[in-house]
Design a protein around this ligand. Sequence first.
Ligand code: CP3
Length: 345
Amino acid sequence: MTSPSSKPLLATLKGERQSVPPIWLMRQAGRYLPEYRALREEKGGFLALAMDSDAAAEITLQPIRRFGMDGAILFSDILIVPMALGQDLWFETGEGPRLAPTVQARNVLDALQPNAEALEPVYGTVRRVAALLPPQTTFLGFAGSPWTVATYMIAGQGSREQAEARRLAYRDPELMQALVTRIADCTIEYLLGQIEAGVEAVQLFDSWSGSLSPAQFEQWVIAPTARIVAALHQRAPGVPVIGFPKGAGGKLPAYARETGVDAIGVDETVDPVWAHASLTANLPVQGNLDPLALIAGGPTLESAVDRILLAFSERPHIFNLGHGILPDTPIAHVEQLLARVRSGK
Ligand code: CP3
């Protein structure tokens, strides 16, 4: 058995500050890597890749082999949950995800029921990765948060300012509540399935939490997240939960206090000095380099990195981007980033 302290990322999530912060990058497996593009080509697309346990395990491991990241994130997608609920999911090349039928009426939601079988390939990926991961690497599972997943289920695709979902929440709050509850229940079982198969911590991606007014944020982001966190803490004690409410800004301290997450992800629009001063002392923080500063590279990248390291030097900190790595990121800049973070400056 490997003790937690031999896994710096897991130890940090449990509240132990490291002198050199552990690092992983959101979307670290993906299109900026030639080895990812080659395998995606071979398998015929993203979804085929994600549903093929051997291929998805290989892709999960690619950034670990290439860079020695401290965390490996399961290769899958947040839209696997709607798929497991029976919505059709496909990806339009060059555009993004599509879901049908859209959840705009009660009868559509009533027809969406969880099918645990659909999630089996993901658990297969987890078991394969768990068997192959270096002992110092922490294995992260994930799911989307109910609000963010709901925005795709309602609009059938990515949407500007999540207007369709926000309209539905005002027009028919009961339907919205039923949808969010259906997603949350499925997400709890899905994350427990990932944990049982071998992930050591999980992250909830709430990419679109930033478009909600404060009262709506309480209702659609904080409340369902708190329910998921409580269920996981009860049924998988000791497994840390990272909450990432992208765009939450000034609502971050309330999110951290009220959801009970074990660590909080902070996006690049948040001043790290403010975040350190405003968030509960010793709460592990993850973030928050601008993905565009990584593309810029050079001294611009180094000063941005140093500013973040300094701001979070007194608390448990996991270095990450403020959002996913972009496909046109030069690999040499990722190497420069790792060297800077690990130089102990
Ligand atoms: O972080 C990782 O490396 C793990 C894998 C992962 C993917 N998607 C793989 C993926 C994770 C954690 C996600 C999360 C995800 N998926 C989110 C939340 C985080 C975020 O970025 O805001 C959202 C909103 C989605 C939904 C989604 N999936 C969209 C909107 C798209 C199309 C846009 C895009 O970036 O291409 C995807 C496709 C997707 N998911 C790709 C990858 C690697 C690209 C597929 C490809 O073309 O190869």
